[in-house]
Each structure stands twice: as C-alpha cells, then as structure tokens.
Design a binder for this molecule. Sequence first.
Ligand SMILES: [Zn+2]
Length: 88
Amino acid sequence: MLHIKCPHCGMRSQNEFAYGGDASVKRPELNKEISDLEWDNFVYLRKSLRGKHLELWQHISGCRQWFKVQRDTATHEIFKTLKANEDI
Ligand SMILES: [Zn+2]
C-alpha cells in the first residue's frame, strides 16, 4: 500500500486518496479556435508512461484538495508532492 504525503495534511494511507490523471495535460487556451481533433485529443488522448510521471490526486477522505504527485509508475516510488498551483 502506498503512503502519500498530502501537502495540506501530511502523510496518509492511499485509501484516503483518489487518482485524478495526468497533471501535465494543458487545457487549450480559452476562446482560441481549435479543431475537433485537437479537442478530442485534449479530452481523451493520454500517454501511458513508464517511469517518473506527474499526476493529479485528490485527498477525498481528508481536506478534499487536489494536488500533484511526482511518482514512478513502475515502482510506485513517490518523489514529491505539490499543491495544485505549484510547479516542479
Ligand atoms: Zn489533505
């Protein structure tokens, strides 16, 4: 079982968190004209990377805040957790 350090609450069991997906995906610029294919790619297309990856998680059974986790998807080692508005 993983233990994840919430940047707001501290170290907690994985059971308290929900995975939220890839944190590196950037939403298209507001009011910018984009094609259906670009929108489709933004909504559905995700890389399935092996190795160090930046993810979104929510502390669903705690403070309910979203935050970022830098984790190795192969070993599950967690390198860093950040508040949602922080960058590595
Ligand atoms: Zn928390």
